[in-house]
Design a protein around this ligand. Structure first.
Ligand code: PHE
Length: 320
């Protein structure tokens, strides 16, 4: 029995086998108990010696059993530790981050360029009064820009601003010249096709001081174009009309591979606008400009459909 027990025990490798072993040898109906039962068949004088041997055997097997039990326990614990172990050299799974929108990136770039030239960044409300959006900007009732079809009206006197130019008015009412500001933000018009969105972004610029001329305007825009599009970028002013500037210009940028492209409107602040904010037009001069950010982003990145900006296709967004 002893040899058999040692042999079996040596082959045991898990808890189930160990338990079967215990039942087989040490259980109530086990082999040791079986040996003890033989006692009554022996002559009385042999019984004490026999009993002693069986008891010694039991103790021995119990001891071996206990050793085996502890050994298996140690192996199990080790396996458990192995499973919990962290390999710090395994490359991590990268968490997907959001991506900043190309329009906002371009807008920030525009801001950086003008801030480095000394312009402050100011913001105005997207819900405007018709006075700030039109009247104060010398845009009378009859002007087509006031037509119901171009603007989102909230009431007779309130609308979603159609351009960032009302921030010129708000700034001049708040500050005394000299002033040099840009104003980035959202604007709204009733338009939607491959080159128009009902909500888009503009950056307005306004510089008011004594003795400013078209030369200052042109230099500022040339400097901006060079920094935005590269040293080869040239700027051209074409005569145009805006109610709040005189003279007014459409401004084109020359990009090799593209030719002349219209990127913004600009002009010298109209004396009537100065009068509307209480500035003396004899003393103060100024230039202003307004650019469409989506348009500049399209030129910079070669995007042909403005609606890409609002499709929110992450493959599009993450390529800029
Ligand atoms: N506000 C004009 C527009 O939205 C652009 C502009 C701004 C023109 C400033 C002249 C001066 O088209």
């Amino acid at each position: 029995v002893e040899m058999e027990a040692i042999e079996k025990l040596s082959k045991i490798s898990n808890v189930q086998e160990l338990e079967s072993f215990r039942i087989e040898f040490l259980g109530k109906k086990g082999k040791i108990t079986g040996l003890m039962k033989n006692l009554k068949n022996l002559p009385p004088e042999e019984r004490p010696a026999y009993g002693k041997r069986v008891n010694e055997l039991r103790e021995k097997i119990e001891k071996l059993f206990e050793e085996k039990r502890q050994q298996i326990q140690r192996i199990l614990e080790q396996e458990k530790m192995e499973k919990m172990r962290i390999d710090v050299t395994v490359p991590g799974a990268r968490r997907k981050l959001g991506h900043s929108h190309p329009v906002l990136k371009v807008m920030e770039e525009i801001e950086r360029i003008f801030v480095s030239m000394g312009f402050d960044v100011v913001e105005g409300p997207e819900i405007e009064t018709t006075w700030h959006n039109f009247d104060a900007l010398n845009t009378p009732e009859w002007h087509p820009a006031r037509d119901e079809h171009d603007s989102f009206y909230i009431t007779d006197d309130l609308l979603l601003r159609t351009h960032t130019s009302p921030v010129q008015i708000r700034t001049m009412l708040e500050r005394k010249p000299p002033i040099a500001i840009i104003s980035p933000g959202k604007v709204y018009r009733r338009d939607y096709d491959a080159t128009h969105l009902p909500m888009f972004h503009q950056v307005e610029g306004l510089h008011v001081d004594r003795d400013l001329s078209v030369a200052h305007l042109k230099f500022t825009l040339e400097e901006f174009a060079r920094r935005m599009f590269g040293e080869g970028a040239k700027v051209r002013l074409r005569p145009s009309f805006f109610p709040f500037t005189e003279p007014s210009f459409e401004v084109d940028v020359y990009l090799s591979g593209y030719g002349w492209l219209e990127i913004l409107g600009a002009g010298m602040v109209d004396p009537n606008v100065f009068l509307n904010v209480g500035y003396d037009p004899e003393e103060w001069t100024g230039y202003a400009f307004g650019m469409g950010v989506e348009r500049i982003a399209m030129l910079k990145y070669g995007i042909t459909d403005i609606r890409e900006f609002v499709r929110n296709d992450v493959r599009f967004l993450s390529s800029y």
